[in-house]
Ligand binder design. Sequence first.
Ligand code: 2NL
Length: 344
Amino acid sequence: MRERLEELKAEALEKVEKAYSPSDLQDVKVAYLGKKGPITEVLRGMGKLSQEERPIIGELANTVREAITEAIETKKNTLEAIELERKLQEEAIDVTLPGRPVSVGGPHLLTKIVEEIEDLFIGMGFEIREGPEVETDYYNFEALNLPKGHPARDMQDSFYITEDLLLRTHTSPVQARTMEEYKGSRPVKMICPGKVYRRDTDDATHSHQFTQIEGLYVDKNVRMSDLKGVLNHFAKQLFGEDREIRLRPSFFPFTEPSVEMDISCKVCGGDGCSVCKGTGWIEILGGGMVHPNVLEMAGYDPKVYNGFAFGMGPERIAMLKYGVDDIRHFYTNDVRFLSQYHNA
Ligand code: 2NL
């Protein structure tokens, strides 16, 4: 019996030694220490032993059992340590590797130019006001000296929703609303950026929806020279100190007199080129002295108050400043276009 136990011990320990996985160990445990295992069997046969031998064999059987149990436990720890090491190797992360590049977006070129223009006018004391894109006939046309039957009110040119409601064709209704709100009792000095809509066929220079920034300064003793000074500062800040401006006579129903403003061409320095179409000058905005009818309708006495107003298209300004050749680039969201101006 003694030899049998020693044999079993040696056998079991060898199997433990050769075990490659926790399940191999489990097999050894069941095979040698289980209820139906050989050691249990040996112990069961102890009845046949003599009184003297019994405790000796009993003790030996226990020692063998403990030795096998301990060997399994030790091997299990070793296997687990090896497994952990393998996992750590396999899943190792090299924190010194450079990260994968993440492509981040940025403000749209149009957003940037509008904000730049806003900042310039804030610097000259103008406030920024916004208003509805769906307007009434009154604020979009009537209040701006465009009475019923005026050619600029042609159904063909505007997006009408009902007979009285339309998508605003310019941002001037925001200014008419502001003057009305201030009730003719205090000066107005504002700019209003926003989307406007016209029934146009889209091409390189036209869009049925675009952006406008209009400015209005109403006070006592406002003169055309104030308009010229403000616009001159604006143009030089935006396009560069080396640029000149000039005002030409023009016509708008809501201003009298009306002007258009050009800036000197930077491409040819005034000699004439394809950008300025040989004239040396590039048109950038329109303006003038607010028509007395417009002041009167908004509640400002034109004998006491007067003012200047102007309007510009930020898309056109951005196209001139950055050499964008097609207005549709602003709206088709081609990332190759958009990403070019992230650092502009
Ligand atoms: C242009 C020209 C202009 C105005 C807009 C205006 C507004 C009020 C009263 C008088 Cl409330 N005028 N706005 C005046 C002249 C020209 O815009 O070329 N815009 C893109």
